[in-house]
Write a protein that binds this ligand. Sequence first.
Ligand SMILES: Cc1cc2nc3c(=O)[nH]c(=O)nc-3n(C[C@H](O)[C@H](O)[C@H](O)COP(=O)(O)O)c2cc1C
Length: 166
Amino acid sequence: MGAEQFRLPMMKGKPLIMRHETLMCWLYVSTAKAPPRSQDDALIYLQAKNRNHRDALTGYLHREGKYYVQYVEGPPESVNQLRARIDEDPRHHDLRVLHEGPVARRRFADWDMALTRAPDCTFRDFQARRGGGETDISKASARDILAFMEEAVQTGQARCVSQMAG
Ligand SMILES: Cc1cc2nc3c(=O)[nH]c(=O)nc-3n(C[C@H](O)[C@H](O)[C@H](O)COP(=O)(O)O)c2cc1C
């Protein structure tokens, strides 16, 4: 067995998953105060762009109608610190946790935050294509939302926050 097989995944020259690294994830849905494509959304993307890589956080943020849905993964300390900031953020309310806990590996290892938004990419269309299930993202299960996010990344519909201009 060659050394090649032990090579760790890299992101911007740094090993992304350390062996024995503990990883945590957090998935929530919340209600935005401002309409889609507002100044609020632009600033949130900028904050994620500026901080997530530094804090070794990866994940996914989707905006559909009045809802934000976000999946965050990374070292427990970083996830908990971001969680405390997001919990207190006045740009949204009614935050409901859909899933949280340890994870064996990152789902979005190459994304310091993958982004999608309606109407370009919607959970509603994803569910319709699958032929059924809950189409209202605010009532959907964690399992269906994660399947939607993974498909959007795999099919090239998601953009990476770090590649956004500005
Ligand atoms: C829906 C939503 C998603 C957010 N996602 C992130 C994120 O991924 N990374 C981040 O650093 N801040 C994110 N924020 C912003 C944080 O709540 C916070 O304002 C920001 O990290 C700056 O915190 P500070 O002012 O304490 O430095 C998000 C806010 C909202 C409302």
